[in-house]
Design a protein around this ligand. Structure first.
Ligand code: GCV
Length: 713
């Protein structure tokens, strides 16, 4: 018995480290695991001490130093000392006011938030300089140095400089005050409104660290389908408590504002933006907010869209509404982010609506208004062309709104990496003299107010985002918001190195899998420019047959227009002519099926089923081939993930494998249901050798999902 006890004890000691090391993704990309080999040697040599100015410094500087200490201690196995004097192997944090003698650099090139990492010699000793003009810049630089260490950079030869190209880099939470999250697939809202402001969940600090590590500098706390209550005193106290937690991390708090709040909260008879009493109400509300949150960022507004109130209710236009709020915020330095996501029930073509309403208002917005435009003209589909407003409103700052949560891309169960989607829209040539990135970063039209927003995928799930790989979409958003020209592939590799493994072969294999996943989802859901084929309400799963919703432009049949004669939405000159909203060179390219990229063909054209595709197939055969390719890519992703088992900790490997199995099944479901439906409407036989759908069309139509997640608002 005694011997057995000894054995059990020995087994426990052997297994303990493995259990202790079990990973669940909670640490995100700030895991700071011990480095190996030469990397460890370099780290230990290059991060012996952290040199900071003699004064204790602000909370932001303290956050930077704490993060460096935490990261270095975990990665190097020993804690760096805090010092005020230069010694060999020091990390020297320097601003123009605090830089030790001998630091020579072009401070003006670092801007307000940029940073420089430089391996150099100071007072004859080898050191690493982390330099910035502000303490926020030092915080970003510290995170950049930690990223360099985690991703295997040579720490003894660092020379990196980065300045954000976009001023406001924001998360938009679609979180409701009851803690449900509209289109959220990662549990409840992390804002525990009930317990705030008294109880500050430690996760708020980790949230701030994670965002600061990417350069995200603002967060809109509540859903754009807003409740007026978020502007009442009790909720402002809660928002203020969060703002206090985030401030050291350079993150400002914003709120979604309900346009009719003066009626609902103020007892006024109207919310007409030209009514003096309404204007006075908003001015007083802004003053009240700034009293509690001196660095409050401003309002995000969804108006006259999907049933939300707005200025059009009073015969006014969007600029009237936005400018009224801008007037209230201007004395305090706040901004209004006014969304362009609008579409009227009677519009001839939903894709053309936002342009029709907003473009004529160019030049009519107050200087502290930024119009926030979704990446494409419909609604975060697996693939859309870039929104035609980009480049078409030169006198108005335009923010890009991306969706990080995957409302239309398989929720958090499908592995779909969004870096390539974000990159595709940012690098799209608007035809107005620059890419979408150049419009958004303000350079094309000389705007200083610039912003990128991402609809957050964060919730109370232990892994924050609902799945391990969905964290990468948050990460990619943040990195590309800082620098819209970063290659998505490089960002994906960084994330893998920080999150799973920095060993090059495994890192690259995982990144390749991620990068292939976006085209896969396009193929198995909506190939060749198809869009909006998903199920009603929940938006999960295929339902191209739906044609009975009250508004025409909510029905999938409105978008694909498939019949005996062919398939696709004619947005060329022979159809809705929405293509004319693009700059002439782009309109010409998209206006002709011969020059439209196959990826967008059916977005712009209605074509016969026997239309000849560049591949030599008919359109029908190409459509089926793309559905098959999508399923095959997911099957391949599964195989590749299985082969990575030795490189990944068991818990996370198993979780991802389980999700990939779900994804393969659902990719087949999409493929089978869509092919069954399009075959029925076209009356065509399946191309030779193609596997028939597993079930008859009626079986797919009969499926119901009453408890699908994420529809909170
Ligand atoms: C917040 C789509 C989504 C809605 C969302 C809306 C928007 O319609 O399905 O849930 O509402 O976009 O962006 O305002």
């Amino acid at each position: 018995m005694r011997t057995m006890g000894k054995w059990l004890w020995a087994l426990w000691l052997v297994l303990l480290p493995a259990w202790a090391a079990a990973e669940d993704g909670h640490e995100l990309w700030l895991r700071y695991r011990p480095l190996q080999g030469q990397a460890m040697v370099q780290l230990q040599a290059g991060a012996r001490s952290i040199v900071v100015p003699a004064q204790p410094g602000s909370p932001t500087l303290r956050a930077a130093v704490a993060e460096l200490q935490r990261g270095i201690t975990a990665m190097a196995g020993r804690e760096p000392v805090l010092a005020t004097r230069i010694a060999q192997g020091a990390l020297v944090l320097a601003t123009p006011g605090s830089a030790p003698p001998g630091v020579e650099l072009r401070w003006d090139e670092l801007g307000r938030e940029g940073w420089l990492l430089r391996s150099t010699r100071l007072q004859g000793r080898p050191v690493t300089l982390i330099a910035a003009n502000s303490e926020a810049g030092l915080l970003y630089g510290s995170f950049a140095w930690l990223r360099a260490a985690q991703t295997g950079a040579d720490l003894s030869r660092l020379e990196q400089r980065s300045v954000p190209k976009v001023g406001l880099r924001l998360l938009n939470h679609w979180d409701n005050l009851d803690r449900s999250v509209e289109r959220g697939y990662a549990g409840a809202s992390i804002w525990d409104w009930w317990k705030l402001p008294d109880l500050l969940d430690p996760r708020y600090v980790d949230y701030a660290r994670a965002n600061a590590s990417l350069g995200i500098n603002g967060t809109v706390l509540n859903n754009v389908n807003a409740k007026a209550e978020s502007l009442t005193a009790p909720f402002l106290a809660k928002a203020a408590a969060l703002a206090d937690v985030f401030r050291p991390y350079g993150i400002r708090v914003y709120l979604s504002a309900r346009f009719s709040a003066p009626v609902e909260l103020g007892g006024l008879k109207t919310a007409d933006p030209l009514d003096p009493a309404v204007r006075a109400w908003w001015r007083a509300k802004a003053a009240e907010i700034y009293e509690r949150i001196p660095d409050f960022g401003g309002f995000l507004v969804k108006a006259n869209s999907e049933g939300q109130p707005g200025p059009q209710d009073y015969g006014r236009h969007h600029a009237d509404g936005a400018n009224m709020l801008a007037e209230a915020l201007a004395p305090h330095g706040g901004v209004v982010m006014w969304r362009a996501f609008v579409y009227a029930p009677d519009a001839k073509d939903r894709a053309a609506q936002a342009f029709a309403e907003f473009q004529p208002l160019d030049g009519k917005f107050a200087p502290n208004v930024i119009v926030q435009v979704k990446n494409g003209p419909i609604d975060f589909q697996p693939r859309e062309p870039f929104h035609p407003l980009f480049g078409a409103m030169p006198k108005t700052p335009l923010a890009l709104e991306l969706q990080i949560t995957k409302e239309y891309l398989g929720f958090s169960t499908h592995l779909v990496h969004l870096g390539p989607l974000f990159e595709e829209v940012l690098q799209a040539d608007t035809g107005h003299g620059g890419t979408v990135a150049r419009v958004v970063d303000g350079r094309l039209h000389g705007h200083r107010l610039t912003a990128i927003a991402g609809v957050a995928n964060i919730g109370t799930d232990r892994n924050w985002s609902g799945s391990q790989f969905d964290q990468a979409n948050w990460y990619a958003f943040g990195r590309l918001a800082w620098d819209p020209d970063l290659p998505a592939a490089a960002v994906a590799r960084d994330w893998v190195a920080q999150t799973f493994t920095a060993r090059p072969a495994a890192r690259d294999a995982i990144a390749r899998l991620m990068l292939a996943s976006r085209e896969a989802v396009v193929d198995y859901m909506t190939p060749l420019g198809l869009h909006h084929l998903m199920g009603t309400g929940h938006h999960h799963g295929p339902a191209p047959w739906v044609d009975n919703l009250e508004r025409a432009d909510w029905n999938p049949v409105y978008f694909h227009r498939a019949g005996r004669d062919g398939i696709g939405f004619d947005r060329s000159a022979t159809g809705s002519n929405a293509v004319a909203q693009y700059a002439p060179s782009v309109a010409r390219r998209f206006g002709d099926p011969r020059t439209t990229p196959p990826e967008l063909l059916l977005w712009f054209h209605h074509l016969p089923w026997d239309h000849a595709m560049p591949s030599g197939r008919t359109l029908w055969a190409e459509l089926v081939a793309r559905y098959d390719r999508g399923v095959a890519t997911v099957a391949d992703m599964r195989r590749r993930w299985a082969a990575l088992e030795p490189d990944i900790d068991a818990a996370r490997h198993a979780e991802v494998a389980a999700y990939l199995a779900v994804q393969e099944g659902e990719a087949r479901w999409w493929r089978d249901a869509c092919i069954a439906y399009f075959q029925a409407v076209s009356g065509l036989p399946l191309p030779p050798g193609v596997r028939p759908p597993a079930q008859p069309l009626e079986a797919y139509k009969a499926m119901r999902f009453p408890f699908a997640p994420g529809r909170g608002g």
